[in-house]
Design a protein around this ligand. Structure first.
Ligand code: FNR
Length: 223
């Protein structure tokens, strides 16, 4: 199979945005994002680390958008999304759903054209002190992202009892869980590589999933 880049030249390393969606300093999701970052880098890709706190923005208000346009924080997040081949979100679960601040950021960014979430590959992970590991929050997070046309990786990773789950070196104390996360990240990177480097596969993959690749149908995510 021929990569889309120059036949002889190796393509540049894949670039992934890893976004920690908790605002607090001692965040367990930030720790999980740090581990995912290391696993991605060990696989040879480049990581752009971000925290939701890097992108301050008010609560979405259509009147503010009409008068002031898109806030700087949302534009900055758009820039970081545009610059990556794929992204990872490490998100807490609040009340069995996604955190309001993350939904607000998605809402603002979704107002930008071209719509930045469309057609990006993404992996979702979560950490929580509870036994569900924040998994219900990730299912909620899938809804707006799927709606916006993000290509969400089917497997997710939710770390239960996360306050006790890390070694001092940032690995997971449970070695089989650590192995599963490593494999999930590696498998996700293979898909990102296929999607971004072997464009002929992209169309087939979307159509295999039941999507239509003509602009008229996929346009829903832009409306
Ligand atoms: C929580 N937490 C929580 N945890 C969980 O597993 N299921 C839940 O529904 C909720 N709900 C919830 C609501 C609110 C408002 C807060 C502040 C917290 C606990 C949460 O998982 C815990 O505080 C994590 O440590 C938050 O993630 P970070 O900040 O450590 O990344």
């Amino acid at each position: 199979m021929t990569p889309t880049a120059d036949a002889g030249a190796a393509p540049p390393p894949m670039r992934l945005l890893v976004l920690g969606a908790s605002l607090r300093a001692g965040s367990l999701n930030t720790r999980l994002a740090t581990l995912v970052t290391r696993l991605i880098e060990e696989a040879g890709a480049v990581v752009d680390r971000a925290r939701l706190k890097d992108f301050p923005m008010p609560v979405y208000d259509g009147d503010d958008e009409d008068t002031g346009g898109i806030p700087e924080g949302a534009l900055a997040l758009r820039d970081r999304l545009q610059a990556c081949d794929a992204f990872v979100i490490a998100s807490p679960e609040y009340n069995a759903s996604l955190p309001g601040g993350l939904k607000n950021a998605i809402d603002w960014v979704s107002r930008i054209r071209p719509q930045p979430f469309k057609d990006k590959q993404a992996l979702l992970v979560s950490a929580s002190p509870s036994m569900v590991g924040g998994n219900r929050g990730l299912w909620s997070l899938r809804i707006p992202l799927e709606h916006l046309g993000t290509r969400l990786y089917p497997d997710m990773f939710s770390l239960a009892a996360a306050h006790q789950a890390f070694t001092d070196d940032g690995d997971l104390t449970n070695t089989s869980l650590h192995q599963r996360l490593t494999e999930t990240v590696a498998d996700f990177l293979h898909l990102v590589e296929a999607d971004t480097r072997y464009v002929c596969l992209r169309r087939r993959w979307y159509e295999f999933l039941g999507d239509h690749t003509d602009a008229q149908v996929t346009q829903r995510a832009e409306d």
